[in-house]
Structure formats: C-alpha cells, structure tokens
Design a protein around this ligand. Structure first.
Ligand code: GLY
Length: 386
C-alpha cells in the first residue's frame, strides 16, 4: 500500500510527512528527490535503544541510494537532552566532514528528533534534516513543525525545552512497523498527544477526530495497522494546519499554542521529583505523555469549574484517558498551591501572566489569559492522589 502523504506548509516551503508501513527500507529512494544530487553524506543520529533491524533497514537503504552514511548514537533521556549532547554530536558531525549540502537524519523518538534537529540547525549554521520518528509521540507531535531543543538545568530544576531553534525538516517518514517494539507504556504515552489533538481538532480541519478516537480506542491499543496509519495521518494533518497558521507560535488568539492544552499542568508535574504514576509502573518517573494525560484532566476540570464547558467533557476525557491505560492517579503530588506556583513560572507565561488552553466543548479549546486561580486549583485537585 502506498504511504499516505500529509503536506506541511511552513512559510515558503512545503514538506511531506509520509505515513505507512515498511517505509524505512525505501528511505534512500525517498531522500533522493528531496535532498537533490548535491548531498553526498548522511549522518544518522539514532537512539541507542533502537532495534538493530530498524537501524539496518535505514542504513542499507540510504547506502544503496549512493550516500556515504555515518551513524551517531545518542542515549535518549530527558537528563541527556542537554547542550552537552548537542556539542558532542556537532563534533561528531564535523569529524564525519559533512558539508553544508549534506543531511542529518534523526531516527528515534521525540528526544532524539529534538536534539538531532538542533544539531542540524546549528551545524555550519544550518544543514537539512529528515525526521524518522519511531515512537507514536514523535510521529504525531515532535517530528512535525520544526521545533528543536534541549532542556536547561537551573538551580537543580530541569527547564524543559528552554533552549532551541525552529528548524523545519525536509521530509518526515513515519513507518508504523517501527512501533512494533515500542513498549506499551510508551505507546500509551503517545496516545495522550492524540487525545489532546482530538480535543482541539474541530477548528483545524477534522471535526470528527474526537468521536473517531473514542470509538476506535480498542483497535488503536491493539495496534491494528490500518487504524494506526489513519490515527497518525489524521493527527499529523491537525498539527500541520496549526503549524501552517502559526509557525512561530505568535498568534495570541490561539494557533499553535493550542497544542499546549494540558501542558502547563504537565510541565509543572513531570519535572517534580518524587511524583510517580499509580499502578504497574512502580516508582518510575512520569513519562511526558502520562503527565499530559493528567494535564488534560486538570484542564477539563478547570474549564468546567470556570463554567467554560459542560461537566460531560470532564467525564469523557477522564474515561478516554483511563481506557487508554494512562494514569489518572499519582503518588507524591505536592499540594495544589505548590503546583500553581510552578505553573506560573512556565516558559509560556508572558510578562508573568499565566495562559492556559482550556476545552470549551469536545473538539474545541481556546486560550484563556489569567484564568481564575480557584479554577486552576480545582483542575489540579481533579488529579487523584494516593
Ligand atoms: N509540541 C507542540 C508544538 O509543536 O508546537
């Protein structure tokens, strides 16, 4: 079956996101028309946890297309998502003698894509990057839209994605078979971003994504290939429309910033030490997508409390999050007021004013400047604690 192609228009440029199965084996052929004859070398930055089969498929196909390939492994974790890792990879790129016409391929999850993208943005002041996401989260979110970046560590606190650059890819290749080895917990974490997209999609080209996601959740969780392809293609299309409308996230009325639904709550919670999901995960830190799922519940309750939305939203969001196997209960959450203080320091706050994205009906959300504090506290308290 031919891959589905979603087009993303970013300024003057248009690039494609290809969604299908078995695509990495044809990566070399796909690259040729995109990067032209001027590129000779390809540096593949890859997550050191990727299955050998996936790496070999990618490498062989790029070599067979005539490129000179170097692999650069990267240990993908939030704590390693730092400028030091970017510097090491930049030096590796220089050792491989890439010139300005050459290309970096990012192969891995969102962290790998963000770091490799930043390396591409900086190396010789910018070389082209191809994103090959291998997690659901990276497919539907991180690989599309050109945000690259790393975390900063300030006074012991991890400031997520506080430093980076916009650097749009030339092509994104999302091959569903790379998800085969993805642990179910990581898969579910990616689903949180899909639930988020479904909560904003109605104004961005997909009026029925919420209902579709709710109805297909079981086949999504079973990773039924056609359903997965449709899930990824529809989610990418929603993100593409938002990026096209507001590439640099400057639209005050809410363009790309709508993608931050649930994220101000999530960032405040996921960077706290000692907060763990309840259930099988044991004492492991929350994954980003798990924190986003909690943030979606909190944002829904805040919207209901402030009378922006009907209570049925909260019930349906909570039910989908829980059916997706995402946590609704956490251990070790500090009092709501402490979380509120951290939320006020979020990098998306402007001139000290908190901005939240809150749902108004299923499929529609909007920007709320300075939301009522008691609604935000009620939102935090909607996250069950143990
Ligand atoms: N992940 C949010 C954005 O790309 O804008």
């Amino acid at each position: 079956m031919n891959p589905q192609a979603v087009h993303v228009r970013a300024g003057e440029r248009v690039y494609r996101v290809l969604v299908g199965t078995g695509l990495l084996a044809g990566l070399g052929e796909m690259l040729l028309p995109v990067v032209g004859k001027s590129a000779r070398k390809i540096l593949i930055v890859l997550d050191d946890n990727l299955p050998e089969l996936c790496v070999q498929a990618c490498r062989s196909s790029v070599e067979a297309a005539g490129f000179d390939v170097t692999l650069a492994t990267f240990s993908a974790s939030e704590s390693n998502k730092r400028l030091a890792a970017v510097e090491r990879l930049l030096e590796r790129t220089a050792m491989s003698r890439l010139d300005r016409n050459d290309v970096i391929v990012a192969l891995g999850g969102g962290i790998t894509g963000d770091v490799a993208g930043l390396v591409a943005a900086m190396y010789k002041r910018g070389v082209r990057v191809i994103q090959c996401p291998t997690t659901l989260l990276a497919m539907v979110d991180a690989s599309v839209g050109g945000k690259t970046g790393v975390n900063l560590l300030v006074d012991g606190a991890l400031l997520k994605n506080y430093s980076g650059a916009f650097h749009q890819p030339e092509l994104v290749v999302a091959s569903m078979d790379t998800l085969d080895s993805l642990p179910q917990r990581q898969f579910r974490a990616g689903l949180a971003e899909c639930i988020k997209h479904a909560m904003i999609s109605a104004d961005w080209g997909d009026g029925d994504l919420w209902e579709w996601t709710e109805a297909r959740l079981d086949s999504i969780l079973d990773r039924e290939p056609e359903t997965l392809t449709e899930l990824v293609a529809r989610n990418v299309a929603v993100k593409a429309r938002l990026v096209e409308a507001d590439e640099r996230e400057t639209l005050a009325s809410g363009g790309r910033s709508l993608l931050n639904l649930g994220h101000t709550f999530a960032h405040a919670i996921e960077t706290l030490p000692g907060v763990f999901p309840d259930g099988d995960a044991g004492r492991t830190s929350l994954l980003h997508g798990e924190a986003v799922a909690l943030g979606l519940i909190a944002a829904s309750e805040a919207a209901v409390f402030a009378k922006f939305a009907d209570r049925s939203i909260l019930d349906r969001v909570r039910s989908v999050v829980s059916r997706a196997g995402l946590p609704t209960t956490v251990r070790g959450l500090p009092p709501a007021k402490e979380i509120l203080t951290r939320m006020a320091q979020d990098k998306k706050a402007i001139a000290g004013t908190m901005r939240l994205i809150l749902p108004v009906e299923l499929g529609r959300s909007r920007v709320v400047e300075s939301p009522p504090i008691d609604a935000v506290l009620a939102g935090i308290d909607a996250i069950d604690r143990r």
